[in-house]
Design a protein around this ligand. Structure first.
Ligand SMILES: O=C(O)c1ccccc1N[C@@H]1O[C@H](COP(=O)(O)O)[C@@H](O)[C@H]1O
Length: 607
């Protein structure tokens, strides 16, 4: 869960600018009597002079304010959240919510029956702030309460499925102690001031301490605004059952021992880290290293996650596996683990992909899986996923849906990330052992995004540039691409909110890429979050660039990459040429290209 941060008590344009630039999540203005009180005309003036970042929320702190006065403040200052910091009753808040569309948070002043008070606001408020109770002030006292009470407040808020921010005397010195309680959010005013003015240095210190601990998704499976669980009611039980089972194995030593045994003795992990010396000489810039997921059993990173989910399925007593597949690599991985663990397997695959990946269809059948041809829509990965979900809805009791990418409803994106993080963990250890330092930049291709998130996640808090490469097909200026993060808009697909390729009416646009594994119209929700927060840079690479890179790697290193991975390579080659020889780039070579030979031959005309 990502801890949200709110800077409160902004009293001047200069304070407002410092807060906006700090990247804090909530900007708070006190409209109640206080030494920090401001008026709506002042705040709206600042907003006109400088825009906040789109994800930042404007908060109005009020104390027992008249509903009509408050409505005017909300409208004049485009307030996103009202923080009721007085003795406002549930009835008052219901009345307020009829007048305004802003979210309403209720402040609970810490006391023995604080959580019982919260229970009275259940289903009425959109969040809580817990602050210290003092004799003379409603808030902004700079005095902490006993944080041992935080888990109680946090639990009640989680039960109510709303966030809970902890306030009262938090400052850059004590915030680490508060973070141990993993609050949904932290709210402070005095702690970022020096002599009554907001202090830029203290703001920066708070943001770097709080935001450095990367904690997404939250309990509801949300990465910021992305992710979640947008599914029919029939699937809610199945997802909750899965979440419980997944939580149960996360710290289960026996599960991890079995998983590592399978990864090592069956799939061939750890995969090697290869220094691409001839390629580096040819490019003439930064040194390129390859994480060789192509050397996994079945030829790609997909097996890492498939093995883990199959073991989990077995523990849940499910003997039927279903899966969707695009390039066929995940279908092969699912069919493989089903055979390995003695389970039945149905793989849903678009008719178009079946043609492009004939060899993988044959492999799946050879492994004993039933491949179900999907003829709806564009007959590719999206349609296969739709069909798999449809099947799951009617067979939830005995069927485990083995999703192959960091997509779908919670807990799949988190679960797939954790199972694929073995890529990044191994890379980190191997890179340190071989070079004595971390890479300067890591590059991975993104379709749904599982190899990329598995590679990035263990480096997310390190000083390493991270770049995701999406498929630009015939160019992002054409209609034939799969560049979801470059050209997509927010929407819901396959149970999660993320960026999607869609037309004006919200209909999904069929994606295109020469690589079957990248032509998905959505993207894992964590990538959407990482893009919006700026932690990862995402770039598009076209078919032709990928195919050129593929041939270069073949000829310079004797490695035939998957067309998917060749997208990451193409961008890495561009970067390497621009960077000095002292820099090191790590590329996730997510899969091998044997499955693509037919496609490559068709495109290159046998040359
Ligand atoms: O900050 C104020 O002056 C204030 C006045 C009236 C109600 C709330 C106020 N601020 C809130 O107080 C807490 C924490 O402040 P601090 O860090 O202890 O100084 C926070 O919720 C502010 O929103």
């Amino acid at each position: 869960m990502d801890t949200a941060l709110k800077f409160c008590g902004i009293t001047s344009f200069s304070d407002y600018c410092k807060a906006v630039d700090s990247g804090v999540d909530y900007l708070g203005f006190v409209f109640a009597p206080s030494r920090r009180q401001v008026g709506p005309e002042q705040v709206s003036g600042w907003l006109r002079q400088k825009s906040k970042h789109p994800q930042q929320k404007l908060t109005a702190v009020v104390v027992n304010e008249d509903v009509d006065v408050l409505t005017r403040i909300v409208n004049e200052c485009q307030i996103d959240v009202i923080q009721c910091h007085g003795t406002e009753s549930p009835q008052y808040i219901l009345q307020l919510k009829e007048k305004v569309s802003a979210a309403v948070f209720k402040t609970i002043h810490h006391q023995a029956d604080g959580t019982a008070i919260m229970a009275r606001y259940k289903g009425i408020v959109d969040g809580y702030v817990v602050d210290t109770k003092t004799a003379n002030e409603w808030g902004g006292s700079g005095i902490p309460f006993d944080w041992a009470a935080v888990p109680g407040y946090q639990e009640e808020a989680t039960r109510q499925r709303v966030p809970c921010l902890i306030a009262g005397g938090v400052n850059p010195q004590n915030v680490k102690e508060l973070l141990r309680y993993k609050p949904d959010g932290i709210d402070l005013s005095s702690g970022i001031e020096t002599a009554g003015e907001k202090d830029e240095g203290k703001m920066r210190a708070m943001v770097s301490t709080v935001k450095k601990s990367y904690q997404v998704p939250d309990q509801l499976g949300r990465f910021g605004e992305f992710g979640g669980k947008y599914v029919p009611e029939t699937l809610m039980y199945a997802l909750e059952e899965l979440e419980k089972a997944f939580d149960g194995v996360r710290n289960d030593e026996a599960f991890h021992q079995e998983l590592h045994r399978e990864w090592e003795s069956y799939s061939g992990r750890p995969t090697p880290l290869t220094k691409a010396e001839r390629l580096t000489d040819f490019l003439g810039g930064a040194t390129i290293y390859l994480k060789r997921e192509d050397l996994n059993h079945t030829g790609a990173h997909k097996i890492n996650n498939a093995i883990a989910q199959a073991i989990l399925a077995g523990r849940m007593g499910k003997q039927q596996i279903i899966a969707e597949t695009g390039a066929g690599q995940h279908g092969v991985a699912a069919a493989t683990v089903a055979a390995r663990f003695g389970m039945s397997c149905k793989v849903f695959m678009g008719e178009e992909d079946m043609k492009r990946q004939e060899l993988n269809v044959f492999r799946m059948r050879l492994l004993g899986a039933e491949v179900i041809k999907v003829t709806s829509g564009g007959r590719t990965l999206k349609d296969a996923t739709n069909e798999a979900i449809r099947h799951w809805v009617t067979h939830v009791n005995d069927t485990f849906y083995l999703i192959g990418s960091a997509v779908g409803p919670h807990p799949y994106p988190k679960m797939v990330r954790e199972f694929q993080a073995v890529i990044g963990r191994e890379s980190k250890a191997q890179f340190l052992a071989e070079t004595g330092s971390l890479p300067d930049e890591i590059i991975a291709c993104v379709g749904g995004g599982s190899n990329a998130i598995g590679m990035f996640y263990p480096f997310i808090e390190d000083d390493v540039r991270l770049t995701g490469v999406e498929a630009a097909g015939k160019g992002v200026e054409t209609e034939e691409h799969a560049a979801t993060l470059t050209k997509g808009k927010k929407g819901v697909l396959h149970g999660a909110l993320s960026y999607l390729l869609q037309d004006e009416g919200g209909n999904i646009i069929e994606p295109y890429s020469v690589s079957a594994g990248l032509d998905y119209p959505g993207i894992g929700p964590e990538h959407a979050y990482l893009r919006d927060t700026g932690r990862v840079n995402y770039v598009p690479v076209a078919d032709q660039e990928a195919l050129d890179a593929l041939q270069t790697l073949c000829q310079r290193e004797g490695i035939l990459p998957a067309i998917e991975s060749a997208h990451a390579l193409a961008h890495a080659f561009q970067r390497a040429k621009m960077l000095p020889k002292t820099e090191k780039i790590l590329v996730c070579l997510s899969g091998r290209g044997d499955k693509d030979v037919h496609t490559i031959q068709n495109v290159l005309g046998g040359e």
